[in-house]
Design a protein around this ligand. Sequence first.
Ligand code: NAP
Length: 427
Amino acid sequence: MEDITEIAILGMGNIGTEFVEILQHQLSEIEDITNQKIKISKILVTDLNKERNVQIKQNIITTNPDEIFNNKNISIVIEIMGGVDPAFEYVSKCLESSKSVITANKDLIATHGKILFQKAKKNNVSILFEAAVASGTPIISTLIRDLSYSNINSIRAIINGTSNFILSEMEEKNTEFMEALKLAQKLGYAEPDPTNDIEGFDARYKLSILSSLAFKTEVEYPKLHVEGISKIDSIDFQYAKELGYSIKLLAIAEKIKSGILARVHPAMIDVNNPLAKISGAMNAIEIQEKLLGTVIIQGPGAGPSPTSSGILSDLIHVLKTKHNSQSVPNLINNLQINDIKTLESRFYLRFIVHDKAGVLSKMSNILGEESISIASVIQKENTNLEEKYADLVFMTYKSSQSSIDKAIQKIAKLDVVDQLKSLIRVE
Ligand SMILES: NC(=O)c1ccc[n+]([C@@H]2O[C@H](COP(=O)([O-])OP(=O)(O)OC[C@H]3O[C@@H](n4cnc5c(N)ncnc54)[C@H](OP(=O)(O)O)[C@@H]3O)[C@@H](O)[C@H]2O)c1
């Protein structure tokens, strides 16, 4: 067996504790697979006195990151402290001192991925981040290594377990959004402040990473359109069912003539589509590739064990490839990121209208003026509202986002229309 490989870990919280325990448990197996001895030399934390639920020597725990940056024997650093600052500074220093880095930090990769990849290449070390999207579900390595030759047309993904849990509850148990959110919080699927998950920001970070890798171009997350799930009502699921659809928070990136169109928003998908069957906190990513056709990878999106699995797989890869930069993503393209206004899609529109004669024809006329063809209409008394209000649901044929926006503005001015309650794109 070769010399000892010394590793350091930045962070020893939920993930770090589980990861160290698994590493200790499987150490001899990993050493056999990689033909190397492994030793954890340092673990960085903020609080030296905190009780740690794993057996480690107290003298390897430190609050001083320089003990890691300046230790020439440490060749691999695992960053599981989270956040962008100071993680960016610490990871940069590790790469610059020729240490390979493994991270589970999606915020860090989505924000500074390109510059970190450049630093890794410059120093001929690795940076791997399997656990940053869909925890240990092997999507990152699939995109970087297995599909590196590929011509990917699109990605459609359910990559926020919290939102998918809430939507599944609303669909299966006919509950309203707030009730489903409270249950998600009670079960630990949603944080006390759930904004990042329910408003789509977490999925947008992950989509920027996946689409950067799929299309080999930098996809900056602030350029991506994002809408969350908090405005969806349980009645939308009833209409969706009537029309043959399920509702999911989808992260979508597709190649179009002028570059890439990437977005996160609730979407109606055919009930027979495999993504419609992804229930609860699960994640799934559908890739459409020219030679391969459709591939779907499904697995847990969070949790200490799946996340540790992703980190472990990266660790084994770094050890086997001798820490070099061969697996660092090459963002060789410079594709344009297009605005959602360029989207062509079918739309589900639900308006609350006054229950009067002639409403439907006034609204249909406006849709016609904007060249929007109607595939189906449902008009029903809304029993949740005061009398004289009705739900008016339009399912359109393919129309442009800009035409829909114009039509909605005109419809909002009609005195017979109370409000647009839901706009859901149909995939
Ligand atoms: N939880 C999941 O299911 C999951 C899934 C995929 C990816 N991830 C990612 O994994 C990472 C870790 O998540 P976690 O849930 O384990 O976080 P966590 O429980 O909050 O643990 C963070 C750890 O980092 C240490 N730390 C934080 N800031 C530090 C600083 N400035 N200097 C030194 N140490 C610092 C903390 O030290 P103390 O212990 O002393 O406070 C703690 O040990 C995050 O990037 C997260 O997004 C998590």
